[in-house]
Design a protein around this ligand. Sequence first.
Ligand code: ADP
Ligand code: MG
Length: 231
Amino acid sequence: MNGRVAAVRLVDVSRTFREGSHSVVHAVKNVNLEFGRGTLTLVMGPSGSGKTTLLSLVGGLLAPSEGDIEVDSVRLASLSPAALTEFRLRRVGFIYQRFRLLDALSASENIELPLTLAGVSRPKSRQRAVALAARVGLDDRLGARARSLSGGEQQRVAIARALANDPPVLLADEPTGSLDSVAGQRIIELLHGAATEGASVVVATHDERLVPFADMVVRMEDGRVVDVARG
Ligand code: ADP
Ligand code: MG
């Protein structure tokens, strides 16, 4: 597999939001980008510049107002609602800014959730959760309720959950934002590792410490891409 093959392509993508009855917010404006297989891309820019909206578009959580998004040459707009759900479940891992774990479930149950939804049976999903927990350094916390975990531990559960189905597209929204530098370093190593194994990894961040790990750095302002630097 060619490491530079574009797995994700955005063609003139815009997304607007209606604010009240009169004004419209242009969250993402005329964006053209390609994210290669096996690469780590950072999307950087001030708060409100469109980073989260861009990730949500790539992950099929939001539809563009204009333009096209293609993943492995499939236009997301051409997918039926059921096929789009399958796409999100099997092809995309999403690490949300505030983790979005299910508080009442254990760490293991959170990690197993996408596997269960994908039809993987219990002993197998448990096995996979154990392996993923080891990978993110959470082995001893698998049985703990999500709500009792520290911020750094919750973040690692969120990453393990995002990796559960081995998704070719991994999206992370400010994953090191609330973490100290040691925990942050660990997270970026995990994301970088996923890219090394062939995923297209896209990370929205303010954290300049991540720049040395990136193959591409996209800078956004007011919904537009204002600079693309390749490492
Ligand atoms: P960032 O992640 O870079 O902080 P966002 O993508 O969250 O930026 O937001 C970009 C712009 O779009 C902001 O002006 C924000 O207020 C607006 N926006 C984002 N999501 C919505 C929404 N669901 N409804 C209305 N406006 C939104
Ligand atoms: Mg954001």
